[in-house]
Design a protein around this ligand. Structure first.
Ligand SMILES: Cc1cc2nc3c(=O)[nH]c(=O)nc-3n(C[C@H](O)[C@H](O)[C@H](O)COP(=O)(O)O)c2cc1C
Length: 215
């Protein structure tokens, strides 16, 4: 009798323990249905990384709108700690393609590796963080997030590019990096390719177990 009572208490305690953190699991599906008709949420849910672009350039006005949405992002202490460089010059984009391709072939030890710098996108935005401010990378992430969603809302696709910036920050990329004229103490963090999508990739599933309510 006592054994059963003790077992019951332990099970109860275990259950309470489990309830102290819950994930939202299936309720996410309801959230997706509720998004219908909410343009912001529909834009967020429709965005995917685009790795094939139409050659058509993104007009300067559209690009300026996207960039300005980036600047509207929240930023720590109002410092606007980012530096942003926009490249649409086809000669510079081609040079990036050429040299990044060489670098990828060298690093991967695969002489046949083909890797265009920005998947043929006609515009590349480089984002640099302030190395003297501990939260500058957050500023830069939020800036890019705004740009990506603003772009999506006007039919412009995008893809974040970390690998390209690893190359530019390596000795092999130093000459091209200088062309961006980033002031000290800024360091190139990542880039975003922008252009009209030539593909519509499916959404990758997200792991909702990463989100837990602490109760
Ligand atoms: C910081 C960062 C760096 C990334 N670097 C690259 C990259 O170098 N090349 C690439 O093709 N995609 C890159 N991506 C895109 C991710 O692979 C993509 O966002 C992820 O697989 C989720 O897919 P989705 O954007 O379509 O939802 C990067 C994304 C982030 C946020």
């Amino acid at each position: 009798m006592m054994k059963h009572l003790l077992f019951g208490i332990l099970c109860g305690l275990a259950l309470c323990g489990c309830r102290s953190q819950t994930s939202f699991g299936d309720r996410a599906a309801d959230a997706a249905t509720l998004a219908a008709g909410n343009p912001v949420e529909e834009t967020i849910r429709a965005r995917r990384s685009i790795r094939r672009y139409e050659p058509q350039p993104v007009g300067r006005d559209t690009l300026l709108r996207i960039l300005d949405c980036g600047l509207q992002a929240p930023n720590g202490q109002g410092r606007e700690s980012w530096e942003v460089r926009v490249v649409t010059d086809s000669a510079l984009l081609a040079a990036l393609d050429r040299q990044y391709g060489c670098y990828v072939r060298q690093v991967s030890r695969n002489p046949k590796a083909q890797h265009p710098a920005a998947y043929g996108a006609p515009a590349l935005v480089f984002i640099a963080c302030d190395t003297t401010y501990d939260l500058s990378q957050v500023d830069c992430g939020l800036l890019g997030g705004n740009m990506i969603l603003a772009a999506q809302s006007v039919g412009v696709g995008s893809c974040c590019l970390g690998g390209l910036c690893r190359f530019l920050n390596a000795p092999e990329g130093a000459e091209l990096l200088r062309r961006l004229q980033l002031p000290d103490p800024h360091r190139l963090l990542y880039a975003i390719a922008f252009g009209y999508p030539a593909e519509m990739p499916a959404a990758k599933p997200r792991n909702r177990e990463k989100v837990r309510f602490v109760e």
